[in-house]
Design a protein around this ligand. Sequence first.
Ligand SMILES: [Zn+2]
Length: 160
Amino acid sequence: MAVRYPITCPNCGHTNTKGMFCAHCGAQLAPTGQIDTGKKLPSRPFWVTLYAVLMVVIGILITVGALTYPGTGELTWILSVVVLVYFTLTAVGLWKQQNWARLSVILGMGILFAFGLLALLLISGTTVPLNRWILYAWWVGLIVTGFTVWWYIRSYQYFE
Ligand SMILES: [Zn+2]
């Protein structure tokens, strides 16, 4: 009978998601020819394609915006390039359904969500006058980033 991933190593108990040998101890996972490697990744969901394209577009917009802003210093220039490179690399990874790109999105959007929520809580505790529309936009931003984190956490099956 064919063995399918994930395979628990018979030697050390490590859970392996790929390969013929244990990533932890090197033991052979199953008798030769017994592992079913015909596992095919589901095709890239539309949501991931859209996200990859948006990341490149937003990365370029941020860079162009920062560089054309009057009085731009060297630090802004460096940060813009870092943002553009990070966005582009993650977008390419998403396109290729790489798991590190998925984790990159979860981490980046998670940080953005946490800061957004923290800022909202801090402001709501003060008497700082806040424009109603900015507040609405803020909530929309929180919902979008929160949904993105949630979606990417549970959609691991589309990535390898
Ligand atoms: Zn092992």
